[in-house]
Design a protein around this ligand. Sequence first.
Ligand code: NAD
Length: 485
Amino acid sequence: MKYPTVRNYVAGQFVDGDEPRSLDVFSPLSGAVISTVPLSGAAALDKAVAAAKAAFPAWSAIPIKERVQVFYRYKTLLEKHIQELTQLVHDENGKTMDEARAEVEKAIELTEFACSLPQLVSGELLEVSKGVECRAERKPLGVVASIAPFNFPNMVPHWTIPNAIALGNCMILKPSEQVPVSATRIAELLQEAGLPDGVFNVVNGDKEIVEAICDHPDIQAVSFVGSTKIAKVVYRRATSNLKRCVALGGAKNHLLVLPDAHTEMTASNVAASMSGCAGQRCMAGSAMVAVGSVDHIIDKLVEEARKIVPGQNLGSVISREAKDRIERYITEAEAAGAKVLLDGRHAVVAGQEAGYYVGPTVVDYVTPDMAIAREEVFGPVLAIIRTKTLDEALAIENASNYGNAAAVFTQSGAHARYVMEHASAGMIGVNIGVPVPREPFSFGGWNESKFGTADITGKSSIEFWTQIKKVTTKWNPESRVNWMS
Ligand code: NAD
């Protein structure tokens, strides 16, 4: 599969930049070059911001009930083109077709939520003293930016596009340079849905354009999703330029498995959590904390994981470097005394020998100090850490510098409640290995998995994408004047 050269999208047009730098885009499934992406700089960003700024007065003046009509039409277009959008994600990211389809389905749900925003932002009004009314209205911020990672080329841009734009903002999207192709189709479909030119723009690039976004004086807010290392850089730089910023980072999610957990349900859930999207999910359960005697569950889990086969129901990882990094974690843990129960190193898929595959891997007797236990591996690898008590397990979870998700597997309501209370993570699962909150609930972690106050989706994102205007009015001259009127 070959796709045309990726171009920036500015003021409703696909434009060639004058960028001196570009990058080949590889399909991780086969290692083949499928496109090229320009690495834009500050000049390209200036044009996109100017387009967004010009579009803002008219777009923000349209009542929200009318603005969301674009997203009703857009949702229908996403549904109509789901197969093609799925194929795109599969080709550029390497996840399976089923996983790619699920990602587009989630994008549809996110769009659906944006259509409900008029119901959620109706404002407030109160007669605060005789004849005097205060009202509070939510207003958009202006030009905003959204910076995306490689692991969800379609879904993560939809964490921000529908809500930010439906709420009246104009947006600059900066896709991951590793998976920039899906964004082209997103732009085309938004245009077909009737979004006015300039309301949505795409600039492609790497570090240089991200820094330019953080520095641009006409960008009011920046949302970022990616690794913790870069989330910190972006959050610091954007906020030091006095912008709003929400920056989601990496994760190390702990799955606490108790002896009374349902064997089959736990085993299949844990196997799916660690290996789904080849482990390249910020919600992947990558550390299982085995509390007490759970060997029967581990045996079943390994049996389940064996059914996950690269090239069949397991996609590729994003790059050769990612494959090498993941395999290095396994090798180092083994050298430090951990026991590899299922080994996915050196996986090769027939006919796709140059693709970047790692098979499902289960490593037992990992100790909390090992890198595989502490760091984000971002591959289909489960590190099992053994503890005697639930408190010890929680201490390990609490010690992580991340805090995206944590889950407990048990049939005891009391133990589940205890973990809900004491886990230090923003999203908690009970007998659910990937506890992604669905709309209208919001998505966002704690600790170094998120910087900034609002979550990135759901009701919480309304705070992020709007500011409140408070208006106090009095029309009746016969009302007496008091201290506040
Ligand atoms: P990344 O941090 O390498 O890249 C993310 C974005 O930052 C990309 O658009 C990239 O171009 C840009 N970037 C890269 N290096 C930069 C630099 N030095 N300065 C400025 N910008 C830079 O992340 P990735 O590898 O694309 O994505 C995987 C990571 O994203 C994982 O850590 C994963 O956990 C995380 N992630 C988190 C969530 C969440 O909700 N918390 C969701 C998805 C992915």
